[in-house]
Design a protein around this ligand. Structure first.
Ligand code: SF4
Length: 300
């Protein structure tokens, strides 16, 4: 089943309606704000009825199966349902830089990325705009949109929202950010992150399975987990990597990231006020090897 099947059967339109109905008392993500976004109320993500977009460009900086040779068609959504105090993209995620667009305009940007020959449509921080994305996809399919879809999210998502994407998303690219509750709450306002995130990633794997590549090494379907190593062990890297191996399987693709630096408010916050050291990253690489996770990418 893919999104064309869903479109042709009428199921995609039903999902658009179901997803939009949830905006009346928004429960799209675990914050469960219950605000009426269709009437202009906003919750934790500060987002209303219209999708808000910061940029739509072909991007080459993602993992090799996503960027490929021609780049990934990346749409950065404004705002976020997390409040990461170290976010590198804080002008977009926390201050809302970008512009409100209609779903018709969003679909036009998706079609433009296809004309620019991107390998895929890469939706960055899309969770709070799930209904708007589904509506734009519905419109774009009618105009010939056919790119594979990458859901590039912070992993703080509800399973019953992800179910609306079953058959729509080809590649899930979620974060697994935290194990312990204290850093999840103190650094990202993400109560219950570990269990919520683990349930979400299990659902993603159920939908798409492990990563499959085409003959040119481009991802066609599957899961890639991103894990950003934080200073002083705040990301719980060893425990997360072991959990992935034991629960998702040793074939899981991992992108182990070391680019943390104290952006946004982090310079003032003990524990995340500095870059990670080479030793901290090397310890995470060792944990990856000990967990038997051989697929994926580490950074030099
Ligand atoms: S999507 Fe936004 S308004 Fe809806 S529950 Fe999440 S944070 Fe709240």
């Amino acid at each position: 089943m893919n999104y064309l099947d869903l479109y042709n059967s009428g199921e995609l339109l039903r999902r658009v309606r179901t997803a939009y109905a949830r905006l009346k008392s928004c429960d799209l993500c675990p914050h469960d704000c219950r605000v009426n976004r269709l009437a202009g109320e906003t919750g934790v993500c500060r987002s209303g009825a219209l999708p808000r977009v910061a940029s739509a460009n072909v991007h080459r900086g993602e993992e090799p199966p996503i960027s490929g040779t021609r780049g990934s068609g990346t749409i950065f959504f404004s705002n976020c349902n997390l409040r990461c105090r170290f976010c590198q993209n804080f002008p977009i995620s926390q201050f809302g830089n970008g512009e409100d667009v209609t779903t018709r305009e969003l679909s036009a940007r998706m079609l433009k990325l296809q004309r620019q020959r991107a390998h895929n449509l890469n939706l960055v921080t899309p969770s709070h705009f799930l209904p708007q994305f589904l509506a734009a996809l519905y419109l774009a399919i009618g105009e010939g949109f056919r790119l594979p879809i990458v859901w590039n999210s912070n992993g703080y998502e509800r399973v019953d929202a992800l179910e609306l994407l079953d058959g729509v998303v080809d590649i899930y690219l979620p974060d697994m950010k935290y194990v312990a509750e204290d850093p999840a709450v103190n650094f990202s306002s993400a109560h219950g992150y570990r269990e919520i995130n683990r349930r979400a990633v299990r659902e993603m794997l159920r939908q798409v399975g492990h990563l499959q590549l085409d003959e040119e090494g481009i991802g066609v379907r599957g899961l890639i987990v991103r894990h950003l190593v934080l200073p002083e062990g705040h990301a719980g890297s060893r425990e997360t990597l072991r959990w992935i191996s034991e629960n998702l399987g040793g074939d899981t693709h991992i992108s182990l990231m070391k680019q943390f630096f104290p952006a946004h408010e982090a310079g003032q916050i003990p524990g995340i006020h500095r870059k990670i050291t080479d030793e901290e990253y090397e310890a995470a690489v060792e944990a990856l090897e000990e967990a038997g996770l051989e697929n994926g990418w580490v950074q030099e």
